[in-house]
Design a protein around this ligand. Structure first.
Ligand code: FES
Length: 400
């Protein structure tokens, strides 16, 4: 038996597999961050934007995933395509900004290499100075792309289930919201919470903290909170507005003004629900609007959340008022969560903390931690491997 397996078996903390959190060291370790990048973020689908943002030929949206740049663009025939945002000449970004439009072709801003909207290299300034250039070999590198319920996803490594296959358990619940017909509200948001991505997801994935951590949500929803995890590492949490009016002005008026959204089933007209495709994609789904976010690590213990809100067009004054109040309530929730996750990040670094315990109310969080322990079995170890040993040890544990 190898030393690594002995280490795994000798630590009691690693035996209570499903009831323990990941150990604190995994939330701030440089070598573990590199494993997460390759095994979680480049291998899984990442949400880029909504189809309404890339409706016309030449319209594009960009994404950056742990140092890899990509973009999606509508080509001249109307097909959506995804490419690395890396020029084949000397690696400049060929498009810039979160969203934009290329007028008929993609022109690199550095030396002007020009690509068709389908990625083929069309023109090279001073082409004669590259005597052996075969333009057919220097198109933009393409990536997998999928559209699911009006949202555009890409991935950097092919293989594994599609988004539709992973989200199939919840497709029937999501379809009535008509995401495909929605339009963005305001620009994309970008939040740098100053903590590890897992800490943010941990907090997002459980409602156990709501009665204490979010007094407003507790006034609105009480303790009725259903959660469901499904195969494919997807989950859904849902809670329903109470009839009892909140004593908070915004919350009470949201309760009063939220109209009957007739295209939704009755049980969804006063429900807030949260859908997750692990490790890092989420949809916040309200009767009056929705948003998505992707949460990505930027460095050990640091992350960025990028997302956008969407609504169906044609809202009347009452619905617009409810949408405004929804936003106001969630701004406060975000403030409360920011303070909580910063507190946790400090504690995760304490020498006193190895790992914690998970209740049955934290089942969606367990799903994330189990997914990470499966992909990266080194995360079962209560203490980090010696410097330089992370990948070797992880590879060896994978074979066990
Ligand atoms: S880097 Fe793009 S044209 Fe030179």
């Amino acid at each position: 038996m190898s030393a690594s397996v002995e280490l795994l078996k000798s630590e009691p903390a690693a035996t209570a597999f499903t009831a323990e959190t990941l150990p604190g060291w995994t939330y701030q370790n440089t070598e573990f961050f590199a494993l997460e990048r390759e095994n979680l973020f480049l291998r899984n689908w990442q949400i880029v934007c909504h189809v309404s943002e890339v409706r016309e030929p030449g319209e594009f949206a960009t994404i950056e995933v742990t140092g890899e740049r990509a973009f999606v663009i509508r080509d001249a025939e109307g097909t959506l395509r995804a490419f690395y945002n890396v020029c084949r000449h000397r690696a400049a970004a060929v498009v810039d900004g979160a969203n934009g439009h290329c007028d008929g072709a993609i022109r690199c801003p550095y030396h002007g290499w020009t690509y068709a909207l389908d990625g083929r290299l069309k023109a090279v300034p001073g082409e004669a100075s590259f005597p052996d250039l075969d333009k057919a070999r220097f198109g933009l590198h393409s990536l997998d792309l999928e559209v699911f319920l009006g949202f555009v996803f890409i991935r950097f490594r092919s293989g594994g289930p599609s988004v539709a296959e992973r989200m199939a358990p919840f497709h029937a619940e999501l379809a009535p919201y008509r995401f495909e017909e929605m339009e963005p509200v305001g620009p994309p948001f970008r939040i740098e919470p100053g903590v590890d991505w897992k800490n943010v997801m941990d907090n997002y994935l459980e409602g156990y903290h709501v009665p204490v951590g979010h007094p407003g949500l507790y006034r609105l929803f009480g303790t009725r909170y259903d959660v469901e995890t499904r195969p494919g590492n997807v989950s859904r949490a849902i809670h329903w507005l109470r009839d009892k009016p909140s004593n908070n002005w915004s919350e009470r008026h949201y309760q009063m003004l939220l109209p009957e959204i007739e295209h939704l089933p009755a049980e969804r007209r006063r429900a807030w629900s949260y859908y997750v495709m692990l490790p890092n994609i989420a949809f916040d789904v309200y009767p009056d609007q929705m948003d998505f976010f992707r949460l990505l690590p930027t460095a050990p213990g640091k992350s960025v959340m990028v997302g956008r809100s969407y609504r169906l067009p044609g809202a009347d004054r009452r619905l617009r008022a409810a949408q405004f109040l929804n936003h106001r309530i969630n701004v406060q929730v975000q403030r409360e969560d920011d303070a909580l996750i910063r507190s946790v990040q400090g504690g995760l670094a304490s020498e006193s903390y190895v790992s914690g315990l998970l209740s049955e109310k934290e089942i969606c969080l367990r799903q994330l931690h189990d997914m990470i322990r499966t992909a990266l079995p080194v995360a079962r170890l209560p203490r980090p491997p010696a410097p330089g040993m992370m990948k070797t040890l992880n590879d060896s544990l994978r074979k066990v």
